[in-house]
Ligand binder design. Structure first.
Ligand code: PMP
Length: 420
């Protein structure tokens, strides 16, 4: 292991950091479990990419079968991309009837930003002040983790993210109103600065902001403000999409608003790099006229076979229903956890958050200790939030009640042994 760490440091430099003080050497995955080189197993409650469980045999088989037959770019006629696209767009309303495939969520979001600019002829973009939408130069400008060299470009504006510890304006209704008012002000500033307003990019459940548990309707006023100003709602479904929320396939359905386009990624290929933008034909046409686009690997037959198999398995194994039923059960168990630093416990389907605060202020250090302790006890968890103070749990969708009990019991034991 020390050897692997040294080789990584020498070869990969600082740009591929590992998780944990003492990194884990994973060699195999199966279902909800990951196995390290010594054969120790870990319950994966972190990785929302392995949506159907790690190495799902039907996805593995679909990839292997197609890879042995043909893998090339999307400029020849092929049924794979069409069979997949027809199934995918059938899962959307609001006229979102066309698909453009990419390889990563970042690329999908990069395209989405350009689509908004193509439709409106304007450049101004808005995102929240505590978010992540990907790693291309344009998309990274929306993220707030590190300011770019030379500062953020002036056509980017940021609005305060919904925050459960310090809700803007207090009540949920007041917070929704305040969020919309901040978007309206940012639009006004963009207009005055001469950039004009192209679009607002957001995750409908604000996953990277810490999934603050917003009620349906939260975004209604904001959507009205954006539409009245002639901008587009760019809905990043990379985290909530494909049924993780249990009650709905997509986050925007849960919140109850109509996006102008949707971006997809992570779970779409169960680990195979496949992502997409789903949009209205008029948006696709404007993008084509303004930019043109080709992506060498996107939409290749192997990616489409993987993505098609993902849809098959979600449907055949009833995974959305499982996310709803086991999600509710697991949330019930997590809500029983007691610790002076727990500020909130919330969940949507198989997406859970436990927020830690000390005297009303986020406690990222404590949350970090919980993540390390859980790893030592065989459970992999993540962290989000302004101060990385929120435990983030997104297990594969076949998560069982027994898995949920193991998660809750382990957290209970850890919290009991960790005084405030
Ligand atoms: N959008 C959101 C909400 C994400 O969380 C991420 C990745 N964490 C991305 C986009 C970028 O996706 P990718 O890493 O596939 O480029």
């Amino acid at each position: 292991m020390t050897d692997l760490i040294a080789r990584r440091e020498a070869l990969l430099g600082p740009n591929v950091p590992t998780f944990y003080d003492d990194p884990v050497h994973i060699v195999r995955g199966e279902g909800v479990w990951l196995y390290d080189a010594k054969g120790r197993r870990y319950l994966d409650c972190y990785n929302n990419v392995a949506h159907l469980g790690h190495c799902h045999p039907r996805v593995v088989e679909a990839i292997a079968h197609q890879a042995a037959q043909l893998n090339t770019h999307s400029r020849y006629l092929h049924e794979g991309i069409l069979d997949y696209g027809e199934r995918l767009v059938a899962k959307f309303d609001h006229g979102l009837s066309q698909m453009l495939m990419t390889c990563t969520g970042s690329e999908a979001n990069d395209v989405a930003l350009r689509m908004a600019q193509a439709v409106t002829g304007k450049t101004g973009l808005i995102a929240t002040d505590n978010t992540y939408h990907g790693n291309t130069t344009a998309v990274a400008h929306l993220s707030t983790r590190r300011p770019p060299i030379g500062g953020y470009p002036p056509h980017i504006r940021r609005v305060p993210a919904p925050d459960s510890l310090a809700p803007l304006g207090g009540s949920p209704k007041a917070q929704a109103k305040a969020f919309a008012a901040n978007v309206a002000q940012a639009i006004e500033e963009l207009e005055q600065a001469g950039h004009g307003f192209a679009g607002l990019m957001l995750c409908p459940i604000f996953a990277n902001e810490g999934m603050p548990g917003l009620a349906p309707g939260f975004l209604d006023a904001t959507v009205n403000v954006v539409k009245r100003a002639g901008g587009l709602i760019l809905c990043d479904e990379v985290q909530p999409g494909f049924g993780r929320l249990g009650s709905h396939w997509w986050g925007h359905e849960l919140l109850g608003f109509a996006p102008d386009l949707v971006t997809l990624g992570k779970p779409m290929g169960n680990g195979h790099p496949v992502a997409a933008v789903v949009a209205r034909p008029d948006v696709m046409a404007a993008f084509r006229n303004a930019f043109g686009y080709f992506n060498t690997f996107a939409g290749n037959p192997v990616s489409c076979a993987a993505a098609n198999a993902v849809l098959d398995v979600i449907e055949d194994e009833g995974l959305v229903e499982n996310a709803e039923a086991v999600g509710a059960y697991a949330l019930g168990l997590l809500l029983e956890l007691r610790h002076p630093l727990i500020a909130d416990v919330r969940g949507l389907g198989l997406f859970f958050a436990i927020e830690f605060a000390r005297d009303g202020l986020p406690d990222g250090a404590f949350c970090g200790r919980v993540v390390e302790a859980a790893k030592d006890r065989g459970i992999l968890l993540g962290r989000v939030g302004r101060a990385q103070h929120i435990l983030k749990m997104r297990p594969p969708l076949p998560f069982s009640r027994e898995n949920a009990q193991m998660l809750a019991t382990t957290l209970k034991d850890i919290l009991q042994e960790m005084p405030a």
